[in-house]
Design a protein around this ligand. Structure first.
Ligand code: SAM
Ligand code: SF4
Length: 464
């Protein structure tokens, strides 16, 4: 291990909340004199910020851990597991993984500098510290930590942490603890700082972001205040729960020019018995009524969702209810997951995970195929339209092309020769071709950043 400042490499798995947490960890470590490195080969410490939500995220982390075995044999190295897996699988990770020197749950990052020092010290003495910090205090919001963000177009702000909903399939309440909201002034200060640093878009984050409440501030008020930040062109939020959409929140999303016209509305299932077993607290009818309410206010609002196929005891007929819900709502896109039982959850304790893997996979495939067809049809509606697009950078497949996101969060690609533009600028994109996931455009000219034009030339927006 090198003398002088320790070099730390962080690898992040899972959701945006984990990306944000890694920014917090970077800030905490920098403050204590650690040096962050993007190169794992020259790191003294490798930290994996993990996700436990679904089986495949979990498997991915174990694969990466075993990749580190050879590296750790070849030189002194401290390996740490952070985040949800550290919280949920502490016994498994400490007992079965001699590779792991330290574990820190999502609310214990302040202890990390000390844990790392202890682990390094123990290793220098020829031993292993097995340092563990997995408390879930009910107050931690990291309000005073300024995340060490990587410069770019979008900045995340976590406005609340934890979740009290206890959906029966979900591990989050056990890995991230009780729901707590940050002070609004701290969030608004952070938004102003972000704008000053040149970010153009803010995404507000929370496991159940729209249940935000601090004194007399609810989520609608917070979202509007963040969207009023000078210099910020777009505001998004994720993930909301369908139960927390009062009229003021819908009005803020529909009418505020800087709040993107996109709502992620996780439904999980289209069948009432399954929704009840999942503890989602709404029925299919109530969910569809919310969709109708949103569309009656703005028929062009882009809606996306999360679905779980093959939940405990789901029959073919109940699965077909979900299939028909997708056909009825016609989301712009959907994340479709195969149910995977998670340790400690209500479903793991109460229900048998009894749908054969083959049936789960078949149901996921049917939903994915259906959604792909619907997404392509939805995207065809944009043909011939001009959309305001926030430039993000090079297209993934070719550096001759640029990419950005529409207001409805759809990827748009165009030839760089069309127009001179860089990340953070708005361009006007006229759509000439589409696939299920992408719009292909001619970027005609950089447009004035605001106010953005409504997609699909929608004019019939109605106050609820
Ligand atoms: N808070 C959001 C909500 O209420 O819908 C969801 C956040 S969760 C972290 C992201 C998505 O992962 C969920 O919407 C769900 O579809 C999926 N998910 C969570 N637990 C799962 C499990 N055990 N098996 C499969 N998918 C799961
Ligand atoms: Fe998990 Fe979301 Fe349910 Fe909370 S609301 S328990 S994060 S699925």
């Amino acid at each position: 291990m090198s003398a002088g400042p320790r070099h730390v490499h962080i690898e992040t798995f899972g959701c945006q909340m984990n990306e944000y947490d890694s920014e917090l960890v970077r800030a905490l470590l920098k403050r204590e004199g650690f040096v962050l490195t993007a190169d794992r080969e020259c790191a003294d410490v490798i930290l994996m910020n993990t996700c436990a939500i679904r089986e495949n995220a979990h498997t991915k982390v174990y694969t990466h851990l075993s990749d580190l075995k050879a590296l750790k044999k070849s030189r002194p190295l401290v390996v740490g597991v952070l985040g949800c897996m550290a919280q949920n699988l502490k016994e498994e990770l400490t007992k079965q993984e001699p590779l792991v020197d330290l574990l820190a749950g999502p609310d214990a990052y302040r202890q990390l500098p000390m844990l790392i020092q202890n682990a390094v010290h123990a290793q220098e003495q020829g031993g292993q510290a097995k340092a563990l910090a997995v408390d879930l205090p009910e107050y931690e919001t990291y309000d005073d930590i300024i995340p060490a963000r990587i410069p770019g177009v979008n900045a995340w702000i976590a406005v609340m942490r934890g979740c009290d909903n206890f959906c029966s399939f979900c591990v989050v309440p056990y890995t991230r603890g009780r729901e707590r909201s940050r002070d609004p002034q701290g969030i608004l200060d952070e938004a102003a700082r972000i704008a000053g640093e040149g970010f153009k878009q803010i995404t507000l984050l929370g496991q159940n972001v729209n249940s935000y409440r601090s004194g007399d501030w609810d989520f609608a008020r917070l979202l509007t205040a963040v969207a009023d930040t000078p210099g910020i062109e777009r505001v998004r939020f994720t993930s909301p729960h369908p139960k927390d959409f009062p009229p003021p929140l819908l009005e803020a999303v529909v009418f505020h020019p800087k709040i993107c016209k996109h709502i992620h509305l996780p439904v999980q299932s289209g069948n009432d018995r399954i929704l009840d077993m999942m503890n989602r607290t709404y029925t299919r009818r109530e969910y569809l009524a919310l969709v109708d309410r949103i569309r009656s206010m703005n028929p062009c609002m882009a809606l996306t969702t999360d679905i779980i196929a093959g939940f405990c005891s789901e029959t073919e007929a109940e699965f077909e209810d979900t299939y028909r819900l997708l056909e009825e709502v016609r989301y712009h896109s959907a994340f479709i997951f195969l149910y995977s039982e998670r340790t400690n959850t209500i479903a793991a304790r109460k229900y048998a995970d009894d749908i054969p893997q083959e049936a789960k996979s078949r149901r996921v495939t049917a939903l994915v195929d259906l959604q792909r067809r619907i997404s392509a049809e939805r995207n065809r509606e944009y043909l011939g339209q001009t959309l305001q697009v926030l430039v993000e950078g090079d297209a993934r497949k070719s550096s001759l092309q640029a990419m950005g996101k529409s207001d409805g969060n759809i990827t748009v690609i165009w030839e760089k020769t069309d127009v001179q533009c860089g990340p953070g600028q708005m361009v006007a994109c006229s759509i000439y071709d589409v696939s299920a996931s992408t719009l292909y455009a001619r970027a005609t000219r950089p447009s004035e950043p605001s106010p953005p034009k409504m997609e699909q030339s929608c004019t019939n927006i109605v106050q609820s």
